[in-house]
Each structure stands twice: as structure tokens, then as C-alpha cells.
Design a protein around this ligand. Structure first.
Ligand code: GYE
Length: 330
């Protein structure tokens, strides 16, 4: 069951697999290149390189992908965890290319540095689907589709809520996600846009690498160097949860003495919101498996696919979180 609304943008022309299948057909009737194309009866071999296991969001995203790309659903999934390292992801992608999978999918840990491996996939006629995070490339033909949230919008909505509800004169510390990653870059940008022209000031900003331990450690440092923090803006729930531990250890009340706004809306984050320790959460929906399966099937069948699928996210106040917490699946 789909729990999110999808906005589909920009129809791409033929995918790489489609082109490959067509050129195969021209040769000899398509016995090799076009095996699975259109029939829907062949299993699709898909190699998926995951970022890591850094957060509750990531755990939910991994589970959804593994639960959706099953043999019953027509897939043979090869899955690897890159432990937040780009070199591990590149290695995984190269090994899937060498294995000759039908489709490659991955969530790029950082935005840049992918052109070479994406070109290798293109040369091997293997279509690439990006999930969750974008790449920064000048050649959009290196991937067929990108499925994920609008991170700038998430940061902007977090900032808008702060301006509307906490006032326009605040000292903020920012817990950034992984340096160079799309969500860290974009959420910072969106929040920055929202507070433009106000007296809200980001007095310190460092990466906590999207982890709870990282958020706690960076927040301890912030508390040591600043005694005037009004608000923590954490790029994900886990870093916010780490910050809560640091704030409590310093003898202050998270959500009251120091307000906290985060992004993700995973179970632990929502619980802290209901408990009054976080003040507002913008959701980032991790359930991308169904769209990935659909796009992969279309691409292998030679159908055109949407170049960009934007996943729509909700947002929760403490009161709203209390109403939905019991029904959250992640
Ligand atoms: O917000 C964070 C995770 O890329 C959207 O990565 C994802 C982010 C998510 O580590 O919790």
C-alpha cells in the first residue's frame, strides 16, 4: 500500500535499457539483449548500493527496498551497504556492472564524483536509477530516473515553522548531515532561505554525519562554546536525538530551554516529538521501494520513465505527532 503521494515530473525519453534492447533486436531478433523486455515474466537482476546504516531513516529505507524487490515481485536483488564511503559504493557498482545486472540502483552518499562509474554503466548498457539522493552531473543521460524527496523544500518548511512559531530573533546551532551529501547541502539551503531577512542567526554549524553519536558529540561541543543557544536545527532525527542526550546531560530541558527542529519523522523522532523534547519535524518519506520496482520494470520493458519522481512529505507538530504515532510503520 502506498502511503505517500507522488508528483511525477518530466517524462524522459527512452531509457538506456530500451535503447540496448532495441539495438539487440536489430541484430538477430533480440535473443540476447531483449530477454526480459516487455514480457514481465523474466526476473530482473538489480544491483543496489545503499549508503550505509547511519540512521533510522536508512534502516526503514533498506527494509522497504528489500521487502519490495523480492523474487515474488520479479526481482533478483543484490544489495550492499557502503558504510557511508563513496569508494565502497563505486566498488559495488563496478562489481554489479561486471556481473551484468539488468539495472543498477543506488543512493549516492555524496553528490559529486560519479561521472566515471556512471559512464561505465552507460557503456555497458545498464540503466541507472537514483534513489533518495541526487548526483551533481552535467550529463543527465548518465541515469534514467531519480526518485526522492525535495530536500530544499524540507529545509525551507522547517525554517518557515521556526519563523512563524518561535519568533524571528533566535540563536541557532545547526547539525549538518554528511558533508557533500544532497540532503545536507539542500536542507541547509532551504532553511537559510526561510530565515533570510530575519534576526535568526546560525551561530555554529557542523556535521554530525547523520548519526546519533555524531549529533551528540557535536552538540556537546556547541554547548561548551555557546551559552545562548535557543534552537537546534538538525538535518535528521537521529542527530536531533543525539543532541537531546547532550542537552539533558548538560542539565537543560530539550524542547523547552533549547528548542529542536529536525527532518525525517522516523518512530524514535516522532516519540521524542510527542514527549515534548523535539518541537517540530518535517517528514522525509523513506518508502521508495515501490517506485523503484515500477521504474525498473518499465525501463527493462523499454517503456519511457519519468526522469524525476518527487516524493511528497508531511510535517508534524507535537499535537499532530501524538495523533499518528501509533500508526507509523517506520
Ligand atoms: O534524512 C537521513 C539519512 O538521504 C534522505 O539520509 C536521506 C537522509 C535522511 O541518513 O536520516
Amino acid at each position: 500500500m502506498r502511503t505517500k503521494k507522488i508528483i511525477r515530473a518530466g517524462l524522459a525519453t527512452l531509457g538506456i535499457a530500451a535503447m540496448a534492447a532495441m539495438s539487440g533486436c536489430a541484430d538477430d531478433g533480440g535473443s540476447a539483449g531483449g530477454e526480459a523486455a516487455g514480457s514481465g515474466s523474466e526476473t530482473i537482476a538489480i544491483g543496489f548500493s545503499q549508503v550505509g546504516a547511519e540512521s533510522g531513516w536508512r534502516a526503514a529505507n533498506t527494509k522497504d527496498i528489500q521487502d519490495t524487490l523480492t523474487e515474488e515481485n520479479g526481482f533478483k536483488l543484490s544489495f550492499s551497504d557502503a558504510q557511508q564511503k563513496q569508494e565502497n559504493q563505486i566498488q559495488a557498482l563496478r562489481s554489479y556492472i561486471a556481473q551484468g545486472v539488468d539495472v543498477l540502483a543506488f543512493s549516492p552518499v555524496v553528490e559529486t564524483g560519479w561521472d566515471a562509474v556512471l559512464q561505465e554503466a552507460k557503456n555497458a548498457n545498464i540503466p541507472v536509477i537514483l534513489t533518495d539522493r541526487a548526483v551533481d552531473t552535467t550529463d543527465d543521460s548518465l541515469y534514467v530516473s531519480f526518485i526522492g524527496s525535495d530536500f530544499v523544500d524540507e529545509g525551507k518548511r522547517a525554517g518557515d515553522w521556526v519563523v512563524e512559531n518561535l519568533g524571528d530573533d533566535l540563536k541557532v546551532v545547526e547539525l549538518q548531515g554528511t558533508t557533500g551529501s544532497a540532503p545536507a547541502i539542500d536542507r541547509k539551503e532551504g532553511f537559510g532561505k526561510a530565515i533570510e531577512g530575519t534576526d535568526i542567526e546560525i551561530i555554529d554549524s557542523q556535521t554530525g554525519d547523520f548519526t546519533r553519536a555524531g549529533g551528540k558529540q557535536v552538540m556537546e561541543g556547541f554547548l561548551n562554546s555557546h551559552d545562548d543557544i535557543d534552537l537546534v536545527f538538525a538535518h535528521n532525527d537521529d542527530m536531533g536525538l543525539g543532541a537531546i542526550e547532550a542537552i539533558e546531560a548538560a542539565g537543560k530541558k530539550p524542547g523547552e530551554d533549547i528548542k529542536i527542529v529536525t527532518i525525517d519523522a522516523v518512530k524514535d523522532g516522532m516519540q521524542a516529538l510527542v514527549d515534548g523534547k523535539i518541537n517540530y519535524i518535517v517528514e522525509c518519506n523513506p518508502l521508495l521501494g515501490e517506485d523503484l520496482a515500477e521504474i525498473a520494470k518499465k525501463v527493462v520493458a523499454g517503456e519511457s520513465v519519468e526522469k524525476r519522481i518527487v516524493v511528497e512529505d508531511a510535517a508534524f507538530t507535537q499535537e499532530e505527532a501524538a495523533k499518528v504515532l501509533a500508526d507509523r510503520t517506520y
